[in-house]
Structures are given as C-alpha cells and as structure tokens.
Design a binder for this molecule. Structure first.
Ligand code: DX5
Ligand code: ZN
Length: 229
C-alpha cells in the first residue's frame, strides 16, 4: 500500500519576485519537500531556473529539494544542481543522455536519483531503472508549464507501474506531477502515487498554506481503490 501522502510543493507557480519567501511559506505550511522545475527551452519550450536559483533559495528551508530537470542534457548539469543544494535530482528518461550514466553521475555527486517519464512514454521505458533510482516521477501533464489539467489517461500507467514495483518487492516511491489538486489527488494516491507534486493547487492560495496542505492530504486519503475503480 502507498505510504503517507507526501506533498511536494512545485514553486513554478510561486511569486518569483520573492521566491525565498515563497519556499518558506510552503515549508511553514507543512509540505514535505520543495519541487524545483528546471527547464532548458529545448527539452520543453520554456526556460525557468538554473543552479543559481536553487542555491539562492536553499537557505529558506531545511526541507528536501527535488530538482526536476526538464533538460535535454542532464549529464552536463547534475553536479551543479547537486552543489546548489538538491537532495533528489530527477531527470527524464526521454532526455538525450543515457539514463544509466545520469544515475551514476547523480550518485557520484552524493545525491539520490529520480527518473521521470512523460504522459506519452510507455512504462517499459523506465523498467530497466526501477531498482536503481530513489523515486519514479510519473508526469500527469506534458511538461513545460504549471496550471495544466491532470491527464486522467495516465492513471492506468501509474497503476501498472505501482503493481510492477510491488511485484518486484522494491521500496520505490512513485510521484505524480502536473494538475494535482483536490479533485485529482485522490485517484493518483489510490493508484499508488505517494509523492504528490502540487504547484498551482498550493500557490493559487495567498497567505498561510497549512489549510491547503492539510486539505490536499485529506483529499489524498479520502478515496480508496474500491471507490475509484
Ligand atoms: C510541469 C512541472 C510541474 C508543474 C506542477 O512541467 O513539472 O511540476 O509545474 O504545477 P501544477 O501543480 O500547477 O500542475
Ligand atoms: Zn515538475
């Protein structure tokens, strides 16, 4: 069964004019990690942040930083994101570099590797790496922007991957990323995702985030497999 809902705050929809304070607001609101969406304008048609931004907001919280590298050549940047303060470095299986080499580079940098797959990528693409990563991130939107709708069609793939991980008996948390909100978090969690990346569902709220975080956790727990299937 899936562990407790782990709420990971994506800062992509936060106020970039005060990013440190926004990281602190999520941390004070009780999230479990900070999700930093890195985009290179090549792997996705958007540019967001580099290691310098990760380093700038690192002092804002002691929470784990999950750097989500939506970039074509993660090998070239793994060490810099590690040095900037990332705890988990997530790369895409669709990137240009060999996944095994990226995993080894992240481990050499003393960090934990995560692997992500896009909605259009079949589960088989990540099967060779399940025993070698610390998190599997199942994208529930096509990466590039926050605020997109959750792609329900991905939930079947999520369930299949969760079943494969249980079958293999490996301790590998699954995350979902994109369009996770009060209305979608229950089915994602019921299907096996315990790391729930939420951007606009959090940063659409001003002030204290604790009620929103608690509401997301309750919504995750509120549905059982029986209800959803
Ligand atoms: C999309 C990013 C997601 C996204 C989450 O490319 O990887 O982390 O920003 O934001 P919401 O929760 O608003 O979809
Ligand atoms: Zn992300």
């Amino acid at each position: 069964m899936t562990g407790d809902p782990h709420i990971s705050a994506s800062i992509l929809n936060a106020d970039f004019g005060q990013l440190g304070a926004e990281v602190r607001r999520a941390s004070d609101g009780g999230v479990d990690s900070i999700h930093l969406d890195v985009m290179d304008g090549h792997f996705v048609d958007n540019l967001t942040m580099g290691p310098v931004v990760v380093a700038a907001v690192r002092p804002a919280t002691d929470l784990p930083f999950h750097s989500h590298l939506m970039i074509s050549n993660p090998l070239a940047y793994v060490e810099r994101f590690a040095d900037a303060g990332s705890d988990l470095v997530i790369f895409h299986v669709e990137a240009d570099d060999d996944p095994s080499e990226v995993i080894e580079a992240i481990e050499r940098a003393g960090k934990r590797p995560g692997i992500a797959l896009n909605p259009g990528t079949g589960a088989e693409a990540v099967l060779p790496y399940l025993e070698r990563v610390a998190m599997l991130l199942v994208m529930t939107v096509y990466p590039g922007w926050g605020g997109q709708p959750f792609i329900e069609g991905v939930v079947h793939k999520l369930s299949a991957l969760a079943a494969e991980i249980r079958h293999r008996g490996i301790d590998l948390p699954i995350g979902v990323d994109g369009g996770v909100s009060l209305g979608t978090i229950g089915q994602a969690y019921a299907a096996g995702a315990e790391v729930l990346v939420t951007g606009s569902a959090l940063y659409g709220t001003s002030g204290d985030l604790a009620p929103a975080v608690a509401g997301l956790r309750d919504a995750a727990r509120g549905r059982t497999d029986a209800e959803w299937t």
